[in-house]
Design a protein. Structure first.
Lengths: 111, 116
């Protein structure tokens, strides 16, 4: 069974620090990877997609993909209390557009 | 760009009645839309995938006769929960994939259904 695993947390970081969120996936042929942020009671919001090995930066966010090790991570620089949310990792199933979601990591940024 | 709306945002209905939820892509054409359900403190569970003009593909364990999905146009998909029961109370979220561009899904704001 294809799986996407995340540490449920909570991950607590002080304001201004770097938050590091990790995700591993079991399907070696997965090609597309996504990070979403979900505030309590709200729907997920796309932060970033990454398709190739290496780093991809967008503002305070950096996604890192290592297909050989089957992990994808998200770094949040200069973390703010407003970044406190659950972060969901999603991986597409090979040959379809369907996502396989991880269970999410709850991030708490302490003021 | 890539805005998805849902209506209603919340609904309360009585057991045994049916409820329709609309999902619209406002500024793009959505060839594929997805319907998810999320229970408290759990991750999203995919219910079905719908393509415009085709029958929806349901995930294992999802009753297609209970959760009717219609993807009538490139901007509108509907989910009808038929003969609702209290255990159907949940947060229903749709997402849409933008045309043939990438694999990103853009989520609607969700519909909170409470069945009494």
């Amino acid at each position: 069974q294809k799986e996407v695993e995340q540490n449920s947390g909570p991950l607590s970081v002080p304001e201004g620090a770097i938050a590091s969120l990790n995700c591993t996936y079991s399907d070696r042929v997965s090609q597309s990877f996504f990070w979403y942020r979900q505030y309590s009671g709200k729907s997920p919001e796309l932060i970033m997609s990454i398709y190739s090995n290496g780093d991809k930066e967008d503002g305070r966010f950096t996604a890192q993909l290592n297909k050989a090790s089957q992990y994808v991570s998200l770094l949040i620089r200069d973390s703010q209390p407003s970044d406190s949310a659950t972060y969901l990792c999603a991986v597409t199933e090979m040959g379809t557009y369907k996502y396989i979601f991880g269970t999410g990591t709850r991030l708490k940024v302490l003021a | 760009g890539a805005v998805v709306s849902q209506h209603p945002s919340w609904v309360i209905c009585k057991s045994g009645t049916s409820v329709k939820i609309e999902c619209r892509s406002l500024d793009f054409q959505a060839t594929t839309m997805f319907w998810y359900r999320q229970f408290p403190k759990q991750s999203l569970m995919l219910m079905a995938t719908s393509n415009e003009g085709s029958k929806a593909t349901y995930e294992q364990g999802v009753e297609k006769d209970k959760f009717l999905i219609n993807h009538a146009s490139l901007t509108l998909s509907t989910l009808t929960v038929t003969s609702a029961h209290p255990e159907d109370s949940s947060f229903y979220i749709c997402s849409a994939r933008r045309g043939s561009v990438g694999y990103e899904q853009y989520f609607g704001p969700g519909t909170r259904l409470t069945v009494t």
